[in-house]
Design a protein around this ligand. Sequence first.
Ligand code: ADP
Ligand code: MG
Length: 261
Amino acid sequence: PAAGTLVLQVQQARKQFGGLVAVNDMAFSVHAAQIVGLIGPNGAGKSTMFNLLTGVLPLTAGSVHFHHQGQMRVISGLPSRDIAALGMARTFQHVRLLAEMSVLENVAIGAHLRHKGNDVQAVLAGLLHLDRRIETRLLAEAYRQLQRVGLADMAGAEAGSLSLGQQRIVEIARALCADPVLLLLDEPAAGLRYQEKQQLASLLRQLRAEGMSILLVEHDMDFVMNLTDHLVVMEFGTNIAEGLPQYIRQHPAVLEAYLGG
Ligand code: ADP
Ligand code: MG
């Protein structure tokens, strides 16, 4: 989709766990080639929102629309593998690499997931029985993604030997194998050193320049303020403020709710 086109639209999203309303009348949008930050205090409903977007959890009410072939199409209710196939990819809050496998193989799993859905264990079992030609094709795709993120030099290294910052980038390369329109990142900067955060931010800017949309949950305010084009603030399951980062930084409701001011 062309820059500025709507790619994700959440309307009146609601998620109830028994009597607890985790997401309540939540609404926001993401446009093409835009980096959107989702921030808010612990328990605000951010991770639940990610799970609703990716189809890991069903909505109690409301809808999610996602760009597909020039139209916005309802994706709420679809299984997560179908949503992934439409072009939504994610990374998780905790690194999920297989430490003893090579970086290249870890990324190749992503290339395989693209065709098989999101169950890593099932895919691993499947990889052992793959046709050699398919395997070569997956490895070639994985290598292209490592080049794209600047880690081709590490393709043969054991994933567990990389720094945390590099491992996060390998996870992004894995997600990129699905050729996503929208990349969801759950706390990508958590635990990283200053320089690693800078490298990550520059990679995300590069992906944006390539036309990708990124939605990230992140607690590191400097990282968020310097990187995002638009911020959505969540509290008690709902959108309490949104706008440019420099506007959100000053917003009274935000200072009160989130920055503890
Ligand atoms: P955040 O990611 O913003 O910290 P979460 O989405 O994890 O917030 O949680 C929002 C609320 O929903 C919290 O009160 C949490 O305890 C609750 N919650 C999240 N997942 C579940 C679940 N599977 N079952 C019951 N309650 C849940
Ligand atoms: Mg969370």
